[in-house]
Design a protein around this ligand. Structure first.
Ligand SMILES: [Zn+2]
Length: 83
């Protein structure tokens, strides 16, 4: 039971608001990548559920993985600090 607190079971989309985070989806089959528009998805959706929900728009493959980027890290001169 070491470091258990560092490994939450899962996050939901609500933990990654689109004004702060950018989620990019990558297709494992064809390599296509694109921005995932989370505004179309329910905020309470668990992140692992994305795996079966998102389909590649190019080849239709379901093996898609995700990279989450913190926007503020890329835009240090932007407006930070709300909320
Ligand atoms: Zn694909």
């Amino acid at each position: 039971m070491i470091c258990g607190a560092l490994m939450p079971a899962f996050n939901t989309l609500a933990d990654f608001p689109p004004d702060k985070f950018s989620i990019t989806a990558y297709c494992d089959a064809c390599g296509h990548s694109g921005h995932l528009d989370t505004a179309k998805l329910p905020p309470e959706l668990p992140m692992p559920a994305l795996d079966g929900l998102v389909v590649c728009s190019v080849c239709g493959h379901r093996q898609v993985h995700f990279t989450i980027s913190y926007k503020a890290a890329m835009d240090a001169s932007g407006m930070i600090g709300r909320g």
